[in-house]
Ligand binder design. Structure first.
Ligand code: NAD
Length: 273
């Protein structure tokens, strides 16, 4: 199999990487691009970085989605399925060899910023995309959903999250936690100001995953996508609009030991057992 490691970079994660490479992967091929398996060793942040790396190192014509395995070297997170103990690592590699992993197909969100000269800048998010102003002023934006002029927003910003991102920033903003069996996207406001001139729905809105959202604004922006960010100064180049939709790229998340969403929610947000 063709594999790749992404680690948090700390000593514990690097040691686990070397151990796995020496014991379980000695007859396999470590590659830079188009891996079949990615081992993300660290926490949820490492997993997000691993998927962003995977997008950048996967060819467009690659047909088989890569499986990403989260091995935690901290506390058990949302994306990690294994702790680096002998029994669990043996289970992981046995399951890979006999093709008996439990996986969930994940399709991130894509976004594009289209400028008035028709050039564009694009990105992708596993958890969420946020749009705020660069100078921490209020954002003024027109929101178009599935080609319908929907609302005029004024407030701190907007968050568009995936199903698996619903428990991240979206949740802190009062968005709904969404069960991973549902294929949806969610639009959440960040401190919307409602007045006679700017009327918005105010509630988080859950939409079918194939919905398209467009945002038009003349403000200077910061767009975050997971742990990454992009600054856009409109005095350099005017933005025509920003589009957000589900991406065509997909990968498989190994959920073998961390598949019970209700247990995961309880452990993370209510009480750790
Ligand atoms: P990080 O890696 O420290 O992650 C921040 C926290 O979010 C960690 O505790 C992590 O376990 C948790 N997390 C990440 N994805 C999650 C998910 N899908 N469900 C539940 N918890 C999740 O910080 P970072 O590297 O900046 O990570 C980026 C993520 O941090 C963003 O995608 C965003 O969701 C989150 N974030 C949250 C807030 C907030 O809640 N106020 C603000 C900024 C960013």
């Amino acid at each position: 199999m063709k594999y790749k490691f992404i680690t948090r970079g700390d000593e514990a994660s690097e040691n686990i990487k070397n151990l796995i490479r020496d014991i379980y992967l000695k007859n396999d091929e470590e590659v830079e691009s188009n891996p079949e398996h990615v081992f993300a060793i660290g926490g949820d942040g490492t997993f997000l970085r691993a998927v962003h790396d995977l997008v950048s190192c996967t060819s467009k014509d690659c047909q088989i989605p890569c499986v990403v395995h989260g091995i935690n070297t901290g506390t058990l997170g949302f994306f990690t399925s294994y702790t680096p103990v002998k029994e669990q690592l043996e289970e992981l590699f046995n399951r890979i060899r006999i093709d008996q992993l439990c996986t969930r197909t994940i399709r991130p969100l894509s976004f594009g910023v289209v400028f008035d000269d028709n050039t564009s800048q694009q990105g992708l998010a596993i958890n969420e995309i946020t749009i705020t102003t660069a100078e921490r002023k209020t954002l003024t934006a027109k929101i178009i959903i599935d080609n319908n002029n929907f609302e005029k927003f004024k407030g701190t910003g907007l968050c568009i999250s995936t199903t698996i991102g619903s428990t991240a920033y979206n949740k802190s903003l009062g968005g709904a936690v969404v069960h991973p069996d549902l294929d949806v996207i969610q639009l959440t406001e960040m401190a919307g100001i409602n007045s006679a001139s700017y009327q918005t729905l105010s509630s988080p809105m859950v939409l079918p995953a194939d919905s398209s959202i467009e945002v038009e604004t003349s403000d200077n922006l910061v767009i975050t996508f997971d742990h990454c960010s992009m600054s856009l100064n409109q005095s350099n180049k005017k933005i025509k609009y920003i589009w957000i939709s589900q991406s065509a790229f997909e990968f498989k998340l190994d959920t073998t030991n961390n598949n019970n969403f209700i247990k995961k929610l309880k452990r993370s947000f209510i009480i750790s057992e």
